[in-house]
Structures are given as structure tokens and as C-alpha cells.
Ligand binder design. Structure first.
Ligand code: C2E
Ligand code: MG
Ligand code: MG
Length: 628
């Protein structure tokens, strides 16, 4: 049996019992049938192929449609994004003609799209800083200036109405179908510029007064000097220090102090030209730079105006305040050729003005510099003096009020200068303090003082007290306690024969540290006296908190003891205070018998002064003791 591929059952020859003619026909039919079968099969295969093709076509079409829709959406989206951007965005060709704009462009420039499209870029931006538009456009072919990354230009934009505003123009170059185009982003930078100005103000100007700050002062001084140098004129520097600012602050409080500084700034600004500089360079320190001084008289006039203006009382926050100022003046190029030196000399002049009693102005002159050089020489000599043992101790006796018997001596240092003779402490102690040499000097004095006690002891004198002066810097130095203990150890003296004299000013810096130090000294057995009592700034509370054994009533109260009731009252009050606190008192600087008599009537334990004896060399002190 014949089976067609399509499953149709075919008949075989033997299925037809026939004669030969019939059989031939049947065979032909069957062949035809097979041919048809074959044809049908081919058609069937072709149809399947066509269907697959049609399916593919349908998919392709749907994909194309989708892509088209997406493209449309994306253009819309791009457009809407561009329109939503705050910055103006527009494109131009190489000739600068505007070809497209976004919505913000029309808003920023206050013009319709059509108006903008009919113009060129020069109509909307101008006044370029640094790199300008022409340079960018001319370089369009190469793209050297404005490549793919773009270039940012600072300019101003010109809206159809209203004021031009500062703008930033970011241009990027692109080539479209062989033609160079630029995409331009136009940004209004008014706010940024405003904050830049504000930041600059913060960096260059004093917040309180609006005057130039220290940093800006230095910059302007440099500029003033280089300008004056080029133009062959003079520039002057005036440095000022308010005379009583601290007192105003302490008395009236900081808000009034602040107001005062503002008023001072206004007065200074009114005393100079707009082209000059007023700067606040410290708490109550100001500087004025006078530019382009042709007539030197102007410097004097300004200085006088400032000193006068600030010496007037001012009403600040309802209070009548008087301050006053001292002014130091240095002049370019007469005094110095560079800013640093000019400031240094101005400072010297200011120092001199203050030294001469404040409320005045001083020009820098070479005499001052000579003083400074002399000080330098003295400092070097003093350094050598310590090494060469040129320092000597003099001793001024102290006596008991009752019985006039010696109770001790105060060691007072002298410097036997190789050329200048015997110098008193006032000639070199302040310099020693300033230079730090006081630590070494103080150490020598302490050792020498203890050695003198050793000599007393060897001569059988054991009841005298040796008082040694210790200045604030020496007392506060880290080595001080060690020095005291070394001096005691190396001489082996009884610590109870040593007393250290400190001034009230030593007590105020760091009360806790001071207390610990004083207690350590006490634990050695050494006693503590407060020198020049009544003249310092410490609070009386320290008498309760610090271990103090003696108060030395300052010479200034003793001086007028018999002529001034207030001075007498103060001296008496100190003596009574000591008495009731169980602290002994010694009156310093007694020069007359009347003063001695007055002191003897007070509960004061000791006396010291020229009336009894001047400070004596060691040899003469021994003589004095023997005479007793
Ligand atoms: P001070 O400690 O108050 O010493 C007393 C000063 O008054 C001494 O001056 C003394 O000569 C002087 N004096 C004493 N009695 C009288 C008097 O009756 N009338 C007058 N007008 N003056 C009298 P000196 O020796 O010139 O010492 C001055 C200051 O120098 C001392 O004042 C003291 O503070 C300081 N000093 C002295 N020696 C040293 C030292 O070794 N180290 C430190 N750090 N300072 C010292
Ligand atoms: Mg003293
Ligand atoms: Mg004294």
C-alpha cells in the first residue's frame, strides 16, 4: 500500500482486479495522484515559510513603531528638560546667529523666542572679562579654545528691559552635519557675585567696624609703597592705640566698648581721604595709610585731627566716654623702604608717643632707633655680666619697731658695669625681665643671698632674716622651685632664715598654680612677703587663700605719712589688717624720724628705710651690724 506523506491512504495495483487497459489508467491516475501529493507537500512547506516571514515582518514593524514613538518622546522630553532648566540655553552658528533658544532664555532676557531668533549673540551678551567672545568664535574651525569640554566666559547680559546683569556664558562647540555650532548656557550670577562680595568683605574687613582688617591692611600697605615708589611720592603710616580702651571695656562692658570702636573708626574715616586706608589691626589698635602724600604737612594735619577728634568725649550708648589716642608715624621712603620696616618704626614711634604721656603723636626718628640699639648693647652686656660675675648684692637692714634691733636685711642687686659704673636695679631689671635674663640673674641673687646667710651663721648670727626679691617672670618660671631648693641644699642654711618677696602682680596670673608654688615654698620652711603692698591689682582675697607671712607697706604711703591723712589711713589700715590676720607688716622707705614715730604707733612689726640705713655693700653691712 502506498502511504502519502500527508497520511492519505493510496491504493496498490493489486487492489484493482482489472484488465490491462484499466490497469494502465489506474497507474496513470496513481502517478498523477503522487505528483499532486508532492505538490501539496511543497505548497505546505512554502506556506509555513511565508507565515514565519510574515511574523518576522510584524515583529519588525512593531519594533520600528516603538522606536519611532520613543524618539518622538525623547525629543519632547529633551525639549521640556531644556525648557525647565533655569539657565538660558541657546545655540548659535559660527557667525554668532542665534538658531534655537529654550524657554528660560526668553524669561531671563525678557524677549520673545522670535525676537531672540532674529538676532545674534552680541545682542544679548557683552562686556567680557578676560577671554572674549570674538576669540572663541574666530577659533571655531580648530576648536582650540572651545573644544568639546567647552569654555566659561564672564560677561554681562542685556535683557530687553531693565538693567544688564552679571552673567556666565558656558560655550561648547559641536559639529553637526559638517557645520560648527555652539551650545551656549547663559547663567545669571548676580546672587553668586553678591555672595562673593559678602565673602570678600568677611575676609578683608573687620566685622565690627567695617574697617580693613589686619590682612587687608598689609596688602594695602604693600600697594601704597609700590605705588608711591613708582610715582616718586611719599606714603605715611600712622599707628594708633586707644589710650583708655581697657578701662572703658571694664567699666561700661563690652557692648559699649564695641560701640566706641565703631565711633573711633568713623572719626578716623572722616579724618582722611577716600583713597586712604583705615584699618583695625588689633583689639584697640588701628592703622591709617596715607597714600600719595605730596605735601608732608598733610601728615601732620591728619595726625592732629585724629588726636583732637579722639580726645573729645563721645556719647556712646548713653554714656559720656573719653578715650584719647597715641599715634606713631613712619614715612616711606624717608624712614624705611619696605612695609615690614615701616610698621616696625611706626610701632617704635607709637611706643614713644605713649611714653611721652599719651594723647599725642610722634614721628619716628633715628633717636628712637639709637635708643633701641643702646638697649640691645645693654642686653648683650647684661648677658655677659651674669657670666663675668658683675652682679653684686647690697643689703638694706630691717629693724623691729619695738626696740630698734636688726631683724634682717633685704638683698638688693647692683650691677658693677665695666664702663658705666654701679647700676641700680631700675636700670637693668626691666630689661632683664623683658629678655628673660631675669631667670639667671635671680638664680645668682638667690645663691648669693643664701651664701651671705651662711657667713652670718659662721659668725654666730642666726636670728637674721634674708629677704630676696623675686620678679613675676622669675617666680612663674618652671625652674624657680628647683632653684630655691638647690640654693638651700648647696649652702645648708636654715630655710627659716630665707624670705622671698614677691609683688601682688605675681599673684594674679594663674591663682591655682601660684598657690601650689607658694605652698611648696612654705613646705621648704621659707617665708613669703608681699612687696610694695597696696600698689598692685590683686584682690585682697589672696591673703586668705595664699600662705603669706608678711606685707611690706609700699614706700608711696610712707612718703606722705605725716602730711597726707589718706596715706596715713591706708598705711594704718594695712598694719591693722596684717595684725588681725596674724601677718606681720614692714614699712618701707622710712626717711625721717617723724615717719618712724608714726609707724611705731601702728601695729606694724618692722621698719626699713634710709632713716636707718641705705642699702650697703656686704663689707659695710658687716660694719653696720658690728656697730649695733
Ligand atoms: P623694693 O624691693 O621695693 O626695694 C626697695 C627699694 O627702695 C630699693 O631700691 C631701696 O634702695 C629703696 N629704698 C629703701 N629705703 C628707701 C628710702 O628710705 N627712700 C627711698 N627713696 N628709697 C628707699 P633699689 O635697690 O633701687 O631697688 C629697686 C627695686 O628693684 C626693688 O624694690 C626691687 O623691686 C627691685 N630689685 C632689687 N633687687 C632685686 C633683685 O635681686 N631681683 C629682682 N627681681 N628685683 C630686684
Ligand atoms: Mg623688695
Ligand atoms: Mg618694695
Amino acid at each position: 500500500m502506498i502511504q502519502s506523506p500527508s497520511g492519505i491512504k493510496l491504493l496498490n495495483k493489486q487492489d484493482f482486479p482489472c484488465d490491462s487497459e484499466e490497469c494502465d489508467l489506474t497507474e496513470a491516475l496513481q502517478l498523477r495522484l503522487l505528483e499532486l501529493e508532492d505538490f501539496a507537500q511543497r505548497v505546505e512547506a512554502d506556506a509555513a515559510k511565508t507565515i514565519a516571514l510574515a511574523e518576522e515582518l510584524a515583529i519588525a514593524k512593531s519594533m520600528t513603531d516603538k522606536a519611532l514613538r520613543q524618539a518622538e518622546n525623547s525629543e519632547l522630553r529633551t525639549r521640556s528638560v531644556l525648557d525647565a532648566v533655569v539657565d538660558g540655553i541657546f545655540t548659535i552658528n559660527m557667525d554668532g546667529m542665534i538658531e534655537s533658544v529654550n524657554a528660560s532664555c526668553t524669561g531671563i532676557l525678557d524677549a520673545s523666542e522670535a525676537e531672540l531668533l532674529s538676532g545674534d549673540i552680541g545682542d544679548i551678551v557683552f562686556d567680557f572679562e578676560g577671554l572674549n567672545l570674538e576669540a572663541v568664535l574666530q577659533d571655531g574651525e580648530s576648536g582650540d579654545i572651545c573644544g568639546q569640554d567647552g569654555v566659561t566666559l564672564r560677561c554681562r547680559a542685556r535683557p530687553r528691559s531693565g538693567e544688564p546683569f552679571p552673567a556666565e556664558l558656558i560655550m561648547s562647540r559641536l559639529v553637526v552635519s559638517g557645520q560648527v555650532k555652539y551650545t551656549c548656557v547663559l547663567r545669571d550670577i548676580t546672587e553668586r557675585m553678591n555672595s562673593e562680595v559678602a565673602i570678600q568683605k568677611l575676609a578683608l574687613y573687620d566685622q565690627l567696624t567695617g574697617a580693613a582688617n589686619r590682612h587687608e591692611f598689609h596688602r594695602r600697605l604693600d600697594t601704597a609703597i609700590s605705588l608711591a615708589g613708582r610715582q616718586g611720592v611719599t606714603a605715611a603710616l600712622l599707628l594708633l592705640d586707644l589710650d583708655k580702651f581697657k578701662e572703658v571695656n571694664d567699666t561700661y562692658g563690652h557692648p559699649v566698648g564695641d560701640e566706641l570702636l565703631i565711633s573711633v573708626t568713623r572719626i578716623l574715616e572722616e579724618s582722611v581721604r577716600d583713597s586712604d586706608t583705615v584699618a583695625r589691626i588689633g583689639g584697640d589698635e588701628f592703622a591709617v595709610i596715607l597714600n600719595n602724600v605730596v605735601d608732608p604737612l598733610r601728615i601732620r594735619q591728619v595726625a592732629e585731627r585724629i588726636v583732637d577728634g579722639l580726645s573729645q568725649s563721645m556719647v556712646v550708648d548713653g554714656s559720656l566716654i573719653s578715650t584719647g589716642t597715641s599715634v606713631g608715624i613712619s614715612i616711606y621712603p624717608r624712614d624705611a623702604k619696605d612695609a615690614k620696616e615701616l610698621v616696625r618704626l611706626g610701632d617704635k614711634a607709637l611706643y614713644e608717643a605713649k611714653r611721652r604721656g599719651r594723647g599725642n603723636y610722634q614721628y619716628y626718628d633715628e633717636v628712637m632707633d639709637a635708643d633701641a640699639r643702646a638697649e640691645q648693647v645693654l642686653e648683650n652686656d647684661l648677658r655677659l655680666a651674669v657670666v663675668r660675675n658683675e652682679l653684686e648684692l647690697y643689703f638694706q637692714p630691717q629693724l623691729a619697731t619695738r626696740g630698734n634691733v636688726p631683724i634682717g636685711a633685704e638683698a638688693l642687686v647692683r650691677w658693677r658695669h665695666p664702663t658705666r659704673g654701679l647700676l641700680l636695679p631700675g636700670d637693668f631689671i626691666p630689661l632683664a625681665e623683658k629678655s628673660g635674663l631675669i631667670v639667671d640673674i635671680g638664680k645668682q641673687v638667690l645663691f648669693e643671698g643664701c651664701r651671705a646667710v651662711q657667713d652670718w651663721n659662721e659668725a654666730g648670727i642666726n636670728s637674721l632674716l634674708m629677704a630676696i626679691n623675686v620678679s613675676p617672670n622669675q617666680f612663674m618660671s618652671d625652674q624657680f622651685l628647683q632653684t630655691v631648693s638647690d640654693a638651700l641644699d648647696s649652702t645648708g642654711i636654715d630655710p627659716r632664715s630665707l624670705e622671698i618677696e614677691i609683688t601682688e602682680n605675681s599673684l594674679i596670673e594663674d591663682p591655682e598654680k601660684v598657690r601650689t608654688k607658694l605652698e611648696t615654698i612654705r613646705s621648704f620652711g621659707v617665708s613669703i612677703a608681699i612687696d610694695d603692698f597696696g600698689t598692685g591689682y590683686a584682690s585682697l582675697a589672696y591673703l586668705r587663700n595664699f600662705p603669706v607671712q608678711k606685707l611690706k607697706i609700699d614706700r608711696t604711703f610712707i612718703k606722705n605719712l605725716t602730711t597726707s591723712a589718706p596715706d596715713r589711713a591706708i598705711a594704718e589700715a594695712i598694719a591693722n589688717l596684717g595684725h588681725s590676720l596674724n601677718i606681720s607688716t614692714v614699712a618701707e622707705g622710712i626717711e625721717t624720724s617723724q615717719q618712724a614715730t608714726a609707724i611705731r604707733r601702728m601695729p606694724c612689726s618692722g621698719m626699713q628705710g634710709y632713716y636707718f640705713s641705705r642699702p650697703l655693700s656686704e663689707r659695710r653691712f658687716w660694719q653696720w651690724l658690728r656697730e649695733r
